[in-house]
Design a binder for this molecule. Sequence first.
Ligand code: DGL
Length: 290
Amino acid sequence: MDNQPAGSRKPDNQPIGNRKPDNRPIGVFDSGLGGLTAVKELEKILPRESIVYFGDTGRVPYGTRSRETIRRYAAQDMAFLMNHDVKAVLAACGTVSSTAGDIGRNLPVPYFDVIGPSAKAAAGLTKNKKVGVIGTSATIHSDAYRQALLGIDYKLEVYSQACPLFVPLVENAFISPQEEVTRLVAQRYLGPVREAGVDTLILGCTHYPIIAPIIASVMGHSVSLVDAGREAALALAGRLAEDGLLCGEGNPRSAAFFVTDEPESFTGVAELFLGHSVQGRTGRVSMEGA
Ligand code: DGL
């Protein structure tokens, strides 16, 4: 599964009890804003940890691109984070997770993604064994969530739906619960999954929790929503703790955000979503084609 350790996951051979705290940052990336759903959770559960975030806002969306392009971008994104001396990499992107997991698992640091943790959470939550999955076209086409769910419980009925317009709506800040355009699009996409009678819905693209109130009101509030970014962050936190890779008590926490397009619109939505300022901590970097 994609959240399993890479072969060289342990950074050294010391017994965990004797290992020094690891104050290096955690690297998180996405095609744009969506990975902030994982950052928000990490800030809550691991408030002392430093984070380096990379959002490829100049090349978003990934989910409508070819598998080959997504894999090339993912490899570049991971290399960027590795150059920042991160101790772990979280692919907070359903599209990358479902298309380039093998690249992540070959990194020399622990790699995590959103598929396994979300499938596990959904399988644990569903009562009627009907689970919906929404994601980008590439993610749904990959079938990765369905396979992960059936690997946990082959009796699950899985209903998948691609929602390609959600990512541009979020990136362009159409995110208020009162936003009519987003609600109309949600009604169109979610109708068949709702009609199928799912009691649990995986928000399999990390952008989607940003419009969770709209999704919840369209699906009905009795349907449990699984936030892929949040589940991945929880899995990462658990694994770092287990492996003795958390930072020390006095770690001077830092957070840096890098984007490949102008930072203004990113900082606006990021602040709204994270509930704190990222001003002065967001920089622009260039990437091929951005
Ligand atoms: N947040 C990304 C995901 O989870 C969005 C992908 C895209 O850029 O289309 O799939």
